[in-house]
Each structure stands twice: as C-alpha cells, then as structure tokens.
Ligand binder design. Structure first.
Ligand code: ADP
Ligand code: MG
Length: 666
C-alpha cells in the first residue's frame, strides 16, 4: 500500500493537516468522502421565488466594497451583470476574495435570491463562468490549512495511483442490487460526472458500509447467543428484601429492568444488556441491584465509570446503599499511590473485595479478580471498544451490563444495538419537576442575568456552558475565560465562580468539581467536559451560550445536569441563529423524543456517539436517510451468515477476516 508522502503535494505540513482530518493512510484518503455535493447549474430566473436558492453567472460591474463589523466579521458587496439584469451581490466574511474580483470578470454566484431587492445573498462565489453542462462539485469537511478543492486535488492524485481496493460486497449481492464496482464508485464520488452516475456510486459505497456494519452486528449476536454464562442461584425474595431497604421505591420502568436483569443472571445465557434512560432517570440503582444479585451468588462485581469524578460519586453512593449488607466496596483510580494500588490488587485476588469501582484503571493488567461475575460500564459510549473488552475478558464469562444516558427510540435501538438486549427507562422518579427550557437571543442577556440572580439569591448553583475555552482569532464563539470575567462582573459581589475545561489537569478539575459539589462555588463556567453523569443536586440552572453549536442530544445531555431534585430548574439556550431545531428542547424533556428529532434532522447525528464511534463511523451512510438500506443490509448479512458456504469459511475470506477481527475486539 502506498504511503501518503509519496503523493505529489503532500509534504510534512500537509501531512499534519490531513492527520487532523483523521486521514492517516492512503486508504483513509481515498475513503474520505465529500459530505455534500453542490450541483452548479444555471437557475431559471423566471421560476424563482423570493428567497429561493439561485445559481447564475455574470460580469463584475464595480470594485467590491468591504465593510467590517463586530470583531471579526465582514461584508462585501458588488454588482453583477448577467446580460439580462443587474444584481446586487452580498457575501459575508469573504473579504479575502476582494483582490481576485476584477471588473469585467465573469464569475458564478451561488446563494439566496432576494427577488424584491434584486439582491443575491451569496453563500459561495466561483471565480469562473458557469460551464455549459451542470457541474457537480464535491465538498469536503476541512480544517484550517486546507481547502475543499485542495483536498480534492490531493485525492485526485491518489486516485491516479489507485490499483485495487478491497471490496466486501459478495458478487451475488452486487448483481441483486446492480451496484457497480467499488473502484469506479470511489472515483465517481470524488469526481462526479452526472447525478445518475454519482447516485449509483454513492449507493454502492453506502450499501457496503451498512452491509459490513450489519454483518458484524449479526455475527456478534450469533456468537453471543452461543455463549453460556454464569447461572446463579439467587432467591427473588432476597433481592426484594434488599430493595425494601432502599431510600425510595423503584419506578415501574426501573422494576422492569430489575426483572430482566434478574432473569438474565439466573438463567444460563450470558447477560449482555443495555439499560438506556435519560440522565437522572435512575439507572444507578438498577446497577446496584444487579451488583447485589451478583454478590448473593458469591461473585465479584466491577463498576466502571468514564471519569474519576463519576467513579468516586458511585463509590460514595454504593457505600451508603450497601452499608448494612457487609458488602466490601473499594475504589481504584489512577491517582492512588502504587502501594495503595498493590494493596487493592492483593485483596481483590484474595476475594476480600466484593465490588470494585473505578475508571479504566480497572482493566490494567495488574488487576486480577478472584472470580469476576458481573461487569457494569456506566455511560458506555464513553469507552472504546478495546477498553471494554479487556475488562470483559477478566473473568470467565462475566455478565455484562451497559448503562447509557443517550436513549434512542426502540426502532433504531434494535438495529444499532442489535447485539445486545435492551431495557429502557422512560419515566423519571416522581417528585422531579420538569426543567423549564428557554430560548434567548444575545440581546436578551439581561433577562438571563435576572433569572440567574434569582437563583443565586436562593443559594442555588448554576452551570454556564460555552463552546470554546479561550478567545481566538478565527471564531466569534463565546468562550469560558471571557464568560468568567462577565460573570464575576455581574455576580462577583454575591458569589464565587470557577472555570472547568478539558485543558486543565485532572487534579485541577477534580478540585473545582469538589468545590462545586460542596457549594463553595456558585457558578461553574465550563466547556462540555461536565457532560457526563455529574450529580450536583443544588444546581438549578444552566445557561448555554452559542447553543446552536451543539447537537440536540448533546444539549439534552447537558441539560440533564440540572433538575436533579424537587426544585424548579431552568435551562437557558442562548443563540442568535434562527434555529427551529432548538425549539424542540423547549417543548420536551424526553430524551427518547429528542434523539428521535435529532435523528430526523441530522441523520446519524449524535447517535453515532451513542455507540463507540469506531463501531459506527460511516463515511457516507446516514442512518436516518438510509434506514431502508440498513434494513436490507441486515437481511442480506443474515442471509450470508446462514449460508453453509460461509460457515465453512473459504468462500468469502475477506468477510471472514473482518468478522474475526471484530469478534476479537468486542
Ligand atoms: P442516571 O440514570 O442519570 O444515572 P441516577 O441513577 O444518578 O440517574 O439517579 C438520579 C437521582 O435520582 C439519584 O439521586 C437517585 O438517588 C434518584 N433516584 C433514582 N431512582 C429513584 C426513585 N425510584 N425514586 C426517587 N429517587 C430516585
Ligand atoms: Mg448515571
């Protein structure tokens, strides 16, 4: 396989930029597909209505005029003569193009047509006239340092050297769906000829992605169904007795989860179950009961959390809940001294620890269990497949329980999590007030500050979220350090604030979180690092700046940090962009609904994040749009798995290889 540096135009600098895009090999470059295709085709002006999309070409009439505003924004205007009409063209933040736009030059404008003012608000300018035939232009996601067309040039170069590439769709399926071939398809998506040929190519590549995905999924499921697990002998009444000691009664959905888990654990099949439910829906207690059942059958349990903060929250919580049981709970985190760790390893091996809680430190090689029977991973999508697997392999065949706070509707879940059983918690514990979500513009900040003031006066705490850490030249987004100043100016007299972000050391982060937890700090200003599982009951308000920058599911996750007790909580989404989608959050607090909407709007969207990304990184396929292809791929992949030729193994060696790899990883 060719090296990237062997390509013309790829030096060390470009290599770095490509790396940022996740392109680290020749293969990755070829399969870095455009995320959009712009069809550049002359519009029929007569048919256009106000605000319609427009593509026309014409001659530049005057020297473009540029004005700067806000800090880093600019606006350029000039007149364009199409021979039939003269249009005012307005384009934002392209001042750098000014010197290329010479009077008399024929260029192409793409944008929105303001018929009344004969103005075009351009989204793009091409420095060439419209070609006679429609032009289909691939558009790639890029970062600074490379443009979409530069990337296309590099790919073009690579395509010239493309000899052969592994294709995975069996021939009979290619024929069944008239899919064409892979080499042609890859060339076509980077250099589309016509809409028809492009669609055909996209079809091939999407089908292949989804086919492989479903093949792996179905294979894992069939493997898993064959595996026998531990069969425990635990009386249900003993479980019920323990549940009666809990500080609250379980909700009906929680009870259903417990029933399912009890059945899983007391029958021979190995448990591989996902419990999904919104933040705050009470998944932890379900995990606690599972650990209790496991304990009653004399096995050790492990509970793995994605962060140290969460691990120690679980530790405190479990110690309390198990206080009268004699269960020995221990926590293992990265920050323990070597001697402390060694002591834990020893006691673990000697069966002197019943439940071990921790972060990924739980699966370092030194950790050897006496008899691990149950592994629970909290916020499972945070873990890499490899991390999960090393823990799973620590026991004989320990039962596995995943907890996910990114719930998705059942129709999708049975496909995406096809290799697991699924339990869903839909209802929140009673006594919880629904968080009130408000949508505000920058100009309404005073209302927001007023509301913040009210909450602070009641000694409640507030989260303030911004998309970036520091001010930068390239973005106009709100940032954590600027907000800290603003908050201190507004509230410095009555309360303390602190910042939290990913660039701080974990020690610093923990200290801040501890102070917030102990209510020494009233306002926590943060990036999205607080997204996961943090539980500060006294926090009743969250303010999210530039909220249009976030996905719906992500905003919903963030919002879940508040509304964790019987106080009325608020979430304020600040955005100057007209975003219908954000309104959904003002209308519902049901995570299943939010993810469904997210799914509709953005296709895969954040759902990709719900499974470990490596499992589900589709380059082209979009789960929502292509759901039908996915369903077909599901059947086709099952068909091949049921095929005796496949089972024997020599007919589809490449597929076998992929599957063997995926089994080792899961
Ligand atoms: P998550 O699903 O986000 O992990 P938790 O398990 O942390 O949610 O639960 C959130 C809060 O709700 C915790 O303080 C927990 O003690 C409480 N809780 C859980 N179940 C119930 C219930 N059935 N009744 C009352 N409170 C509950
Ligand atoms: Mg939780």
């Amino acid at each position: 396989m060719m090296e990237l540096t062997a390509l013309k135009g790829v030096g060390p600098k470009t290599l770095k930029v490509l790396e940022k895009l996740g392109i680290d090999s020749y293969n990755a470059l070829l399969t870095y597909y455009p995320y959009r295709f712009d069809v550049i085709e002359r519009s029929n002006i007569k048919l256009l209505k106000q605000d319609d999309h427009i593509v026309i070409d014409g001659v530049i009439e005057n020297v473009p005029n540029v004005t700067f505003f806000k800090r880093k924004m600019n606006r350029m205007t000039f007149r364009l003569n199409t021979g039939e009409n003269i249009y005012n063209v307005v384009i934002f933040n392209r001042a750098f193009l000014k010197n290329n736009l010479k009077i008399g030059m024929r260029i192409t404008i793409i944008g929105k047509y303001d018929k009344i003012k004969t103005t075009i608000v351009a989204s793009d300018i091409k420095l060439y006239p419209l070609p006679p035939k429609p032009l289909i232009e691939p558009v790639y996601h890029v970062v600074s340092g490379i443009s979409s067309s530069q990337l296309n040039k590099i790919i073009t170069n690579a395509l010239d050297h493309m000899e052969d590439i592994d294709d995975y769709v069996p021939e009979y399926l290619v024929e069944r769906y008239h899919l064409g071939d892979k080499v042609t398809s890859i060339k076509e998506v980077h250099h589309p000829h016509t809409k028809e040929t492009l669609n055909r190519a996209i079809n091939y590549l999407k089908y292949e992605e989804l086919f492989l995905f479903m093949l792996k999924m179905n294979y894992l499921k069939s493997k898993r169904d064959q595996v026998l697990g531990l069969q425990r002998d635990v009386k249900r009444e003993d479980v019920d007795k323990f549940m009666a000691t809990l500080p609250f009664k379980l909700t009906p959905d929680q009870l259903k989860c417990v029933d399912a888990i009890y059945t899983d654990l007391t029958t021979p099949k190995r448990m591989n179950r996902l419990v999904q439910g919104d933040v705050g829906s009470g998944k932890t207690i379900v995990a606690v009961i599972a650990l209790y059942i496991n304990y009653l059958s004399h096995y050790q349990g492990a509970l793995m959390a994605p962060t140290e903060i969460l691990a120690s929250q679980h530790y405190d919580n479990l110690k309390n809940l198990f206080a009268n049981t004699g269960i020995k709970v221990e926590i293992l985190t990265g920050k323990l001294k070597v001697s402390e760790k060694k002591a834990i390893y020893k006691r673990l091996l000697n069966n002197e620890i019943d439940i071990l809680i921790g972060t990924h430190a739980l699966f370092s090689d030194d950790v050897i269990y006496h008899n691990l029977g149950l592994v629970i991973t909290d916020e499972q999508h945070r873990f890499g497949v490899n991390q999960r697997s090393s823990l799973k392999n620590k026991g004989n065949t320990p039962d596995i329980l995943y907890l996910s706070a990114t719930p998705i509707p059942r129709t999708y879940a049975i496909v995406l999590y096809g290799d697991m059983d699924i339990s869903s918690i839909h209802t929140m514990p009673s006594g919880r007030k629904e968080t009130i979500t408000l949508l505000k513009k920058d100009s309404e900040i005073k209302d927001v500050l007023d509301l913040m003031y009210q909450e602070l006066k009641s000694h409640h705490q507030i989260y303030v979220i911004a998309p970036t850490i520091e001010e930068s030249d390239t973005s106009d987004l709100e940032n954590v350090s600027a907000l800290k100043d603003k908050m201190d100016r507004a509230f410095g007299k009555i309360c303390k604030s602190a910042i939290l972000h990913g660039k701080m050391s974990s020690k610093e982060k923990e200290e801040v979180m501890r102070q917030y937890q102990d209510n020494e700090i009233s306002i926590l200003i943060s990036t999205t690092v607080i997204e996961v599982g943090v539980d500060v009951k006294n926090a009743t308000m969250m303010v999210i700046f530039d909220s249009y920058r976030f996905g719906l599911s992500q905003l919903h996750q963030l919002r879940g940090r508040v509304g964790r007790n019987d106080l009325q909580s608020y979430c304020v989404l600040i955005s100057n962009h007209e975003e219908k989608r954000l309104e959904i959050l003002t209308q519902t607090t049901d995570g299943f609904k939010v993810s469904e909407e997210d799914f509709k709007l953005r296709g895969s969207g954040d759902l990709f994040g719900t499974r470990q990304s490596g499992d589900m990184n589709f380059n082209l396929a979009n789960l929502k749009q292509d759901f039908n292809i996915l369903l077909r791929a599901r059947e086709d992949s099952q068909e091949i798995l049921d095929n005796p030729l496949f089972i024997k193994g020599d007919k589809y060696p490449r597929l076998r290889e992929i599957l063997d790899k995926s089994v080792n990883m899961s």
